[in-house]
Design a protein around this ligand. Structure first.
Ligand SMILES: Cc1cc2nc3c(=O)[nH]c(=O)nc-3n(C[C@H](O)[C@H](O)[C@H](O)COP(=O)(O)O)c2cc1C
Length: 348
């Protein structure tokens, strides 16, 4: 698969997973195995030695560059990129730090990355990959990028809100009701770029891809590659604490559900402890500690909980009061495997 100037042997992106679930170890090892590894940028400062408690926004870009450098130690020639969420306050800084840190691509969602080409103008070799969940969103981005910057996406990730983990690009009431058709969207986005722009870019399906059969189905249905998140959590190389992985190993299908994130987007996670997350935050962090999100119901109204700290706690192993994001397939994890083992199963 080729995205912009960067080519990998296998058409697989390991999805960015914040906070620090996909850090340098996971991203580096996926890249070493011949896929594309992504470091998730949101909240990367929190579990970093560079963060001293009151320097979140200055520590974030530095922590990201340090993480990318360590990922490249694992895969010096690999294709390593970042996942940048439009919804975070320091989006522009994290995009720039990605470029400065040597990211070969930036995959960007949780909002429409309408100004991404402007932020990366000094790094034309960095491939730009928006995440969408509709053909309309892909059209909007392409029109804006072309008109304002003379640029088009190098690939598009189409994320299925009915299966993917983390924040989802669809209204809560529209998720899981059988209305969304993932592969019709993939083909629609593909056709749009071919017909309107005479452009044959990789369209990558994300959400619900677990095994070789799912991968082959995605390719038969018109995808050029897949982005996988949940499957990579229960690996030795995943950067999350063992307790986070154990929560996947222990969970049942009915433990996985939807919640409203204070970011204003629905999310998929293990949802049994949502009340405990809120109680913990109200007691220990009753006001927004960092301002990490541009729009946040916890910041403005004290509603729900502090998402970045809830995700950070889970990543460090507190799955009692931390938030464990996961896709609908998390219950399928039965053992800790290796990244190389997953590549073997999928491609060999
Ligand atoms: C723990 C976890 C954290 C995630 N964090 C992010 C994130 O920070 N940014 C993002 O764009 N997507 C995020 N996602 C979505 C993944 O990158 C990926 O697209 C999605 O999970 C694919 O579906 P799958 O998990 O069924 O493979 C996250 C997913 C999980 C499971």
């Amino acid at each position: 698969m080729r995205i912009g100037k960067h080519e990998v042997p296998y058409p697989l992106i390991q999805g960015g997973m914040a906070v620090r679930v996909s850090g340098y170890r996971l991203a580096g090892n996926v890249a070493r195995c011949g896929g594309i590894g992504l470091v998730a940028t949101a909240g990367i400062a929190l579990n970093s030695p560079l963060f001293t408690g009151d320097n979140y926004f200055t520590a974030e870009p530095e922590a990201l560059k340090a993480e990318l450098a360590k990922a490249y130690e694992i895969a010096p020639d690999g294709v390593i990129g970042t996942n940048c969420m439009v919804a975070v306050t320091d989006y522009a800084d994290l995009v720039k730090a990605s470029c400065e840190g040597g990211a070969k691509l930036i995959v960007s969602g949780a909002g429409l990355p309408l100004n991404l080409p402007a932020l990366t103008a000094d790094w034309p070799d960095v491939a730009l990959v928006p995440i969408v969940s509709s053909i309309k969103a892909a059209e909007l981005i392409a029109r804006k990028w072309h008109k304002a910057y003379g640029r088009l996406p190098d690939a598009v990730v189409v994320e299925d809100p009915d299966t993917a983990g983390g924040h989802l690009g669809e209204k809560l009431e529209k998720i899981g009701i059988g209305e969304y058709d993932q592969y019709a969207t993939v083909r629609g986005v593909k056709d749009y770029f071919r017909e309107k722009w005479s452009l044959d870019i990789p369209i990558i399906a994300a959400g619900g891809v677990w095994d070789r059969e799912d991968f082959q189905y995605a390719m038969e249905q018109g995808s050029d590659g897949v982005q996988m998140g949940t499957r990579f959590v229960c690996t030795e190389e995943c950067d999350a604490d063992d307790a986070f992985k154990q929560a996947y190993l222990d969970c049942k299908e009915e433990d996985i559900g939807l919640l409203m994130s204070p970011a204003g987007l629905p999310g998929r996670a293990l949802i049994a402890n949502v009340e405990k997350i809120r109680e913990r935050d109200l007691e220990m962090t009753p006001t927004c500690p960092t301002g990490c999100l541009r729009k946040c119901a916890y910041k403005s109204e004290g509603e729900r909980f502090c998402i970045v700290h809830a995700l950070d706690r889970a990543q460090r192993g507190d799955t009692e009061t931390g938030l464990v994001f996961c896709g609908t397939n998390a219950w399928k994890a039965t053992r800790i495997e290796t990244v190389a083992g997953i590549f073997d199963e999928l491609f060999h």
